[in-house]
Design a protein around this ligand. Structure first.
Ligand code: MEV
Length: 317
């Protein structure tokens, strides 16, 4: 086997347009890759023991803190599958995806690292195997992952996704702009996912099951809005999703404030994105000028960072 001196793997951020949390319960969801933020893992040869350099830790892999357990497990599983558990390596992870902000950083680091390790050992990696490995790591990070983050951080096109079913590419025909705003507050995906699970097993479970079903219907309808260039409808659906997520107790005051500010500044709709209780929110705008105005208002209201994303109809020049 030829071993390349450097292995490289890249993964992008992701934005969930519709369906976070309900996707865990096999309801439809829609997400887009968000390449404005990325993670790159590089693997090189090393003498002695395997070591890692990333934003949160520099040192031996065997001494990695518990916080990075899911990454450690990704590396362990990959090396086991590659039959290279005894080969010392030097892994370097560079990331522009803010951690725990609903942009899929935990899945992205697993995707980039898996790709880099397979690349280093010159071994082909199918999308199926990649998703299997990332799922193991995401189970540690999130408890009960839907698989959506793993799919989206490893993809370059938007998908309609139902857990356990084949994922469907979306034929995006929408002329609108998306504004992504970071609250600067660390999200709590694991806690939020656990809290929704408790509600669905608690005394008011029927009431919460209805909300999960409603989120699924909105994602199903959102697919049509995206494919038929109906930004007004998509905006309304996004705001309705935010209200349902509030009722599931996965929003927080800052997210609610930023959603309200976006709506007061001509957003067609706005919602939290990802696990919630911090992290990022998104807003939809009819054109670039309005998107700039919303972005400015969100920053004035305390958003730490914003990104603009043109969701242009690919058929239009
Ligand atoms: C987290 O980005 C999205 C959730 O729906 C969890 C999951 O899909 O695994 C909250």
């Amino acid at each position: 086997m030829t071993i390349s001196k450097i292995g490289e793997g890249i993964a992008n951020g992701k934005i969930i347009l519709l369906g976070e949390h309900s996707v865990v319960y096999h309801q439809p969801s829609i997400a887009i890759p968000f390449p404005a933020v990325q993670i790159k893992t590089t693997v090189a040869s090393q003498t002695g023991k395997t070591k890692i350099d990333c934003d949160f830790y520099h040192g031996l892999i065997e001494e990695m803190p518990e916080l990075l357990e899911s990454l450690k497990e990704t590396i362990r599983v990959c090396l086991e599958r590659l039959e290279q558990t005894k080969t010392p390596l030097h892994l370097t992870i560079e990331s522009s995806i803010p951690a725990e902000r609903g942009m899929g950083s935990s899945a992205a680091v697993a995707v980039a690292t898996t790709r880099a390790l397979f690349d280093y050992f010159d071994t082909p990696l199918s999308q199926k195997e990649l998703l299997e490995i990332v799922d193991i790591s995401e189970k540690i990070a999130h408890g009960n992952p839907s698989g959506l983050d793993a799919l989206m951080t490893s993809s370059s096109i938007p998908y309609y996704y139902i857990k356990g079913e084949p994922f469907q590419p979306i034929n995006l025909h929408l002329n609108a702009w998306l504004i992504v705003a970071d609250t600067g507050i660390t999200g709590q995906t694991k806690e939020a996912v656990t809290s929704v699970a408790k509600k669905l097993n608690g005394p008011d479970q029927d009431q919460y099951k209805i909300k999960i079903d409603e989120l699924g219907v909105l994602a199903l309808q959102g697919k049509i809005a995206l494919e038929k260039n109906q930004p007004l409808l998509l905006g309304k659906q996004m705001t309705m999703v935010h209200q349902l997520l509030q009722q599931l107790d996965v929003s927080n005051q800052t997210l609610d404030l930023l959603v309200q500010i976006a709506l007061q500044n001509e957003a067609l709709g706005a919602k939290l994105t990802g696990g919630g209780r911090g992290g990022c929110m998104i807003a939809l705008a009819k054109d670039e000028k309005t998107a700039q105005k919303i972005s400015h208002a969100l920053k004035e209201a305390g958003a730490k960072k914003t990104w603009l994303y043109e969701m242009r109809d690919p058929d239009e020049e």
